[in-house]
Design a protein around this ligand. Structure first.
Ligand code: ADP
Ligand code: ADP
Ligand code: MG
Length: 472
């Protein structure tokens, strides 16, 4: 087993990895920017090093991170999610310098990171993909012909896209021509390549993804699914496991397809195969994420398997040690992403000082968080500051437990998604399981959540307004 692991990430996921290492008896090294000097994960690691004054570049400087790892005697690096986790060049550099990258091979990351390439590989492996153009678009003409053929709306996607970015819907030909150009230049700016392709727009689908584990000895299993249909800006906000819309038969078929997808990609370590499921219960491969995901927690809660420990053990060469028949999901789990965002302002991220923080607790409640009282949330990073995860015996219990936990959760000083999430936990449609990926967009009334706002926060806002009016 490894003796020392460097965590090339920040925030809650850095803490998550450090916790797994501690349980395995592995020493930990954190890296941080000046903006992160007071972060929780920096305090929790055995050693921590400043990697540059800038808020971002230090986390992306692969040579500096690998040099540091060599200097402090690290034998493996965990990349978390985001940042370098899906950069093939980083995994490759680790491979070259003799440091174990806790994740798949650089080749698998490169293959699955390119959505066009991933679609081709899946088609060859016999996994159904969302109907779309062959390869990257060669020109506007090809796009127009495809869309006429398949019918509007269509989705324009950046082949290098991720994190909900580089996606655009076109409802008619005019919109297609206009959005195509925008998508190409956005993609060039964000991902460095302008390649885009088209997919049929699936109406009212569910986003269902399967958790995969594969070891270096050829064993691959899935740990069931997560329903991530509750999204804003094509980004997940609430995740649920298992999905209410899958029965045992569909689960088995999709699980087999997910394992087939992982095997086709020669995949090793933890990964996720994402699908869209339409209202006729057809499922289509969407993409594969070659890293630990934000919402891995709910799979841990229903299966009892520590996914980050598994990642580390797999990277160290250990066999999986669990067969598919030994994986058993019990009850339900749900995760709410607590983000420092203003839902009423198009979910705009906001930073600032946390003036009060009380986390919920009690039976079945788990917090993977990154903040504490008086912590100043920097505005440079992902807005997610905590994950509230609850477990229950059945759907009703998991919903009521999440509602109760959100009621207990107090974060003052910054706007968060908490009141919006509380509103959702009281929405009859959500409670009945009546939702798909368009749920939030179709229900603007969810933004009327004044009754779920922290009363003290409202008083603070009013006093601030009065103070501003009087020029205090
Ligand atoms: P998950 O798929 O685990 O739910 P997200 O898709 O929200 O997670 O992405 C997890 C993190 O990775 C977020 O911080 C997101 O901004 C980041 N991310 C995902 N894909 C990319 C990408 N291609 N480029 C940059 N950041 C990305
Ligand atoms: P990202 O790499 O940004 O995660 P994905 O391809 O996984 O992009 O898509 C993100 C989300 O966008 C999906 O969960 C779904 O809500 C929506 N989406 C993507 N492709 C389609 C499609 N063809 N039809 C309908 N919705 C889609
Ligand atoms: Mg995705």
């Amino acid at each position: 087993m490894f003796k020392k692991v460097l965590v090339a990430n920040r925030g809650e996921i850095a803490t998550r990895v450090i916790r797994a290492c501690k349980e395995l008896g592995i020493a930990t090294v954190a890296i941080y920017s000046e903006a992160d000097a007071t972060s929780l994960y920096v305090k929790k690691a055995d050693e921590s090093y400043l990697v540059g004054p800038g808020p971002i570049e230090g986390y992306l400087n692969i040579h500096r991170i690998v040099d540091l790892a060599l200097k402090v005697g690290v034998d493996a690096i965990h990349p978390g999610y985001g940042f370098l986790s899906e950069k093939p060049s980083f995994a490759e550099l680790c491979e070259k310098k003799g440091i174990t990258f806790i994740g798949p091979t650089s080749q698998a990351i490169a293959d699955m990171g390119d959505k066009v390439m991933a679609r081709e590989m899946m088609k060859k492996a016999g996994v159904s993909v969302v109907p779309g153009t062959e390869g990257s678009l060669k020109g506007v003409e090809e796009a127009v012909v495809f869309a006429r053929d398949i019918g509007y709306p269509v989705m324009i996607k950046a082949s290098g896209g991720g994190g909900g970015r580089g996606l655009r819907v076109a409802r008619d030909e005019k919109e297609l021509i206009k959005n195509l150009e925008i998508a190409q230049s956005e993609s060039r700016a964000a991902f460095g390549i302008s390649d885009v392709f088209l997919e049929k727009y699936i109406e009212k689908p569910h986003h269902i993804e399967f958790q995969i584990l594969a070891d270096k000895h050829g064993n691959a299993i899935h740990l069931g699914e997560r329903d991530c249909s509750i999204q804003r800006r094509h980004q997940k906000l609430i995740e649920i496991s298992p999905s209410l819309i899958l029965d045992a038969e569909l689960r088995e078929r999709m699980g087999i397809a997910a394992v087939k997808a992982a095997k086709a990609a020669h995949y090793v370590n933890a990964g996720t195969v994402e699908f869209l499921v339409d209202d006729k219960r057809n499922f289509y491969f969407l993409e594969m994420n070659t890293r630990i995901q934000v919402e891995h927690t709910i799979t841990e809660e229903v299966t009892g398997i520590d996914l980050v420990k598994k990642q580390i053990e797999i990277a160290a060469g250990r066999p999986l040690g669990i067969g598919q028949d030994k994986v058993q999901a019990r009850g339900f789990a749900m995760e709410c992403r607590i983000c420092a965002e203003d839902p009423k302002n198009n979910f705009r991220p906001n930073g600032g000082r946390v003036t009060a923080y009380y986390s919920p607790g009690g039976i079945g409640v788990r917090i993977d968080g990154a903040i504490y009282k008086d912590y100043v949330i920097p505005g440079f990073y992902d807005s997610m500051v905590a994950k509230l995860v609850v477990r229950g015996r059945d759907w009703d219990e998991v919903v009521s437990r999440m509602r109760r936990s959100l009621d207990e959760f107090v974060i003052r000083g910054v706007k968060t998604t908490i009141p919006f999430l509380r509103k959702i936990m009281n929405d009859p449609d959500f409670i009945k399981g009546n939702f798909d990926t368009g749920y939030i967009d179709r229900k603007p009334e969810l933004l009327d959540y004044a009754e779920y706002e922290d009363p003290i926060d409202k008083v603070a806002a009013i006093s601030a307004a009065i103070a501003a009016y009087h020029g205090f």
